[in-house]
Design a protein around this ligand. Structure first.
Ligand code: 1CP
Length: 332
C-alpha cells in the first residue's frame, strides 16, 4: 500500500494530485483534436494523438500523474463488439454474441489493442521520470452493463443480466482478458492501474459479492502476484465500501462523493485513500471549492491520501477552476 503512494507522489512537495477524466472534453485543446477525429475508437487507436491528449493536462497543470487516453470500452471492442459513441448520447455497442465472444484468443486481443500499448510507450518516454503514468480497465460488472446494452434500471438488470445463463462464464472470460490488458499496459510502461467499477452501485445487495467483490478481488489478486500497484473504484456501493476493502484488499481505493471522509478514515484501513470530492463543486465559487477541499485535506492529513475527485471532471468544467483548485491544494 505504501508503494502506491510512493509511486504517485510528487517528490518535491510530498503531495500527489491528479484527476479522473483530466484528459477530456473540458479542455479546449482536447476538443480541437476531437473535432477533427469524429470516430472515437479510431482516436483511441491513434497512438500519437492518444499520447498527445494524455499529456495535455500535464502540460497545462503540471499534475503529478498522467492517465492514458483510452476508454474502458476498448476491451469489448477488442473482444469483437462494434463500439461507437453517439454525440451527446454516449456509447453504443453491437449486440453481444456469445459465438464471437467465446472464440477470442489472447494473441489477437493483444494485437488489436497494440496501438494503446504503443501510446503508453510514447507517453512514458515523454513524461518526466518523477511523474507517474496511470492505466486503467473497467471492472467486469461495469463492462457487462455496456456489453449487454443495459439501460441502468433495476428491472432490466434483474431480467437481462442476472438471469443470463452465460453470465458466470462471460465474467470469468472477461477477467482473463482484463488481467492480460493490465499486464500489457504495465509492460508498455504504465506504473499503476485503476479499476473502474462505475456501475457497482446498480448491483442488488444480495448479489454484490458475486458481481463486484469477487471479480475485483480476482483482478487485484493478479496485480498482487505481479506486483502491480492498483486502485479500485467501486462507485455507489455506500457503506459496502468497508466490506469491499476488507475482501478485495486493493493498494488504493477511490472514494465517491457519497462517502463521508471521516467515515472513510475510520472504516477503510490498510489502504491508500484517493479522491472523494464531488466534481460538481467546480461549478461553485472559489470559496466553496476551497472549503470543500479543506475538509478532505484536513480529514486525511495524517494518513496516505491522493488528492482527486469522487468521479471524472465534467465536460462543462472551467479549466481555470481546475487550476485554482490545484494551486489551493499545493499551497495548503
Ligand atoms: O465524446 C467525447 O469526446 C468522448 C468523451 C470520452 C472521453 C474523453 C469518453 C466517452 N471516454 C473518454 C476517455 C476516458 N474514459 C478516460 C481517459 C482519460 C482520463 O480519465 O483523463 C477514462 C479513464 C475513461 C473511463 C470510462 N469510460 C469509464 C469509467 C469512468 C467513469 O467515468 O465512470 C466509463 C464508464 C466509460 C464509458 C464512456 N466513455 C465515454 C462515455 C460518454 C462513456 C459513458 C459514460 C456513461 O455511461 O455515463
Amino acid at each position: 500500500m505504501s508503494n502506491l503512494k510512493n509511486i504517485l507522489i510528487n517528490r518535491k512537495s510530498c503531495k500527489s494530485i491528479w484527476f479522473m477524466r483530466q484528459a477530456g472534453r473540458y479542455l479546449p485543446e482536447f476538443r480541437k483534436i476531437r473535432n477533427k477525429n469524429s470516430n472515437f475508437i479510431k482516436l483511441c487507436l491513434n497512438s500519437e494523438l492518444s499520447s498527445e491528449i494524455s499529456l495535455q493536462p500535464i502540460k497545462r497543470f503540471d499534475l503529478d500523474s498522467a492517465i492514458i487516453f483510452s476508454d474502458i470500452l476498448m476491451v469489448p471492442y477488442a473482444l469483437g463488439q462494434n463500439v461507437s459513441f453517439v454525440k451527446d448520447k454516449g456509447p453504443k455497442l453491437s449486440k453481444f454474441d456469445p459465438n464471437i465472444f467465446f472464440k477470442n484468443d489472447e494473441s489477437s486481443f493483444s494485437k488489436k489493442l497494440k496501438p494503446v500499448y504503443q501510446a503508453i510507450k510514447i507517453t512514458r518516454k515523454k513524461l518526466r521520470r518523477e511523474k507517474s503514468l496511470i492505466c486503467f480497465i473497467g471492472a467486469p460488472w461495469t463492462l457487462l452493463i455496456y456489453m449487454f446494452g443495459i439501460k441502468k434500471n433495476d428491472k432490466e438488470i434483474n431480467s437481462t443480466v442476472l438471469k443470463n445463463k452465460n453470465l458466470n462464464k462471460v465474467l470469468e472470460e472477461l477477467i482473463k482478458y482484463l488481467c492480460l490488458h493490465i499486464k500489457n499496459q504495465i509492460e508498455a510502461g504504465a506504473d499503476v492501474v485503476q479499476i473502474f467499477d462505475s456501475w457497482a452501485g446498480l448491483i442488488p445487495s444480495n448479489r454484490i459479492k458475486d458481481y463486484c467483490f469477487i471479480p475485483n478481488e480476482k483482478i487485484v489478486e493478479f496485480c498482487r502476484k505481479e506486483k502491480i500497484p492498483n486502485i479500485c473504484f467501486p462507485k455507489g456501493i455506500k457503506e459496502k465500501y468497508k466490506e469491499f476493502n476488507n475482501i478485495v484488499r486493493p493498494d488504493g481505493i477511490n472514494l465517491d462523493p457519497e462517502i463521508d471522509p471521516l467515515w472513510a478514515k475510520e472504516n477503510l484501513k490498510k489502504v491508500v485513500l484517493q479522491g472523494g470530492m464531488d466534481p460538481k463543486i467546480l461549478f461553485k465559487t472559489d470559496k466553496e471549492i476551497n472549503d470543500k477541499a479543506t475538509k478532505y485535506i484536513q480529514t486525511f492529513k495524517d494518513i496516505p491520501y491522493i488528492f482527486n475527485l469522487g468521479h471524472g471532471l465534467l465536460p462543462n468544467t472551467d479549466p481555470d477552476k481546475v487550476l485554482s483548485l490545484i494551486n489551493f491544494y499545493r499551497n495548503y
